[in-house]
Design a protein around this ligand. Structure first.
Ligand SMILES: NC(=O)c1ccc[n+]([C@@H]2O[C@H](COP(=O)([O-])OP(=O)(O)OC[C@H]3O[C@@H](n4cnc5c(N)ncnc54)[C@H](O)[C@@H]3O)[C@@H](O)[C@H]2O)c1
Length: 262
């Protein structure tokens, strides 16, 4: 028996990086997966990987910032056990150069997306009798980082939204736990996107340079001396998703190689 056998889990932003690793890890633990993303090609790759390990899975093209899109994804579900609000965008931009569009885009995806998912999936999670919501925040939701004000604002808001909803659920005794995960530097495609307005540079050499420079900066800034992997985050997400964490709600799980320790 896997730790998530008999459970149905939905992961947003599952076409790459942390979301893909979470979906795969939960499938390996026996969960049925619904994976969603705006990236159809990447989402289909994740679907094939999960099917390849024998998992039951379906993919939805889904913009988390769109309430109607959420309603479409959830429409044919009678019950849900786990929701991982993972989809995110990070755009490096000093305040003076931050347009309202860039500010709004990060809040729309990183914060509004978590709000829509949490609100609209809550009745399905409550119906399961033991639901779990895991919101992927960041160390940038725990401390300020120069040049990432919009991202920090969105991830800090996710942290406290998580705690408030955890208390609402506890008060109502609806059986749903709500926690946040705070990754430090994790090597994913987001590194190549963040310095380029949220999309990776088209040129392969520039993408490689962006990844190399972020890897070097992460190694210096991380007490353990290197960046983490998406699987490091997936391990924490599986714990919060499954019944081993049945007494854990409203907490923040920091997985960061020691960054927040000092
Ligand atoms: N990689 C890190 O160093 C790091 C650190 C802290 C937190 N995080 C957070 O982890 C989460 C996953 O990021 P990642 O590192 O795997 O990056 P990633 O870029 O590999 O994955 C993010 C995924 O979100 C999807 N996405 C973006 N906008 C979307 C939208 N509007 N609707 C649906 N999907 C959308 C992308 O297509 C992509 O597949 C994000 O919330 C990110 O902020 C990452």
């Amino acid at each position: 028996m896997g730790r998530l056998s008999g459970k149905r889990a939905l992961v947003t932003g599952a076409a790459s990086g942390i979301g893909r690793a979470c979906a795969l890890a939960m499938a390996r633990e026996g969960a049925e997966l619904i994976v969603t993303d705006v990236d159809e090609a990447g989402g289909c790759e994740t679907l094939a990987m999960i099917a390849g390990v024998g998992g039951r899975v379906r993919f939805h093209l889904h913009d988390v910032a769109c309430e109607e899109a959420w309603k479409g994804v959830l429409a044919d579900l009678d019950m849900l056990h786990v929701l991982v609000n993972n989809a995110g965008q990070c755009i490096a931009s000093p305040l003076a150069e931050t347009t309202y569009e860039v500010w709004r885009r990060q809040l729309a995806v990183n914060l509004d997306g978590v709000f829509f998912g949490t609100k609209l999936a809550m009745p399905l999670l409550a119906r399961s009798g033991a639901g779990s919501i895991v919101n992927v925040s960041s160390v940038a939701g725990l401390k300020g980082i120069a040049g990432l004000s919009g991202y920090c604002a969105s991830k800090g808001a996710v942290r406290l939204f998580t705690k408030a909803i955890a208390l609402e659920c506890a008060q109502s005794r609806n059986g749903v736990r709500v926690n946040s995960v705070h990754p430090g530097a994790i090597e994913t495609a987001i590194w190549a996107k963040m310095g380029h307005g949220g999309s990776p540079p088209a040129d392969a050499r520039r993408r490689r340079e962006a990844m190399d420079s972020a890897r070097a900066a992460s190694a210096t800034a991380t007490p353990l001396g290197h960046a983490g992997t998406p699987d490091d985050i997936a391990a924490g997400v599986v714990f919060l998703a499954c019944d081993e964490s049945r007494f854990v709600t409203g907490t923040e799980l920091v997985i960061d190689g020691g960054v927040m320790a000092g």
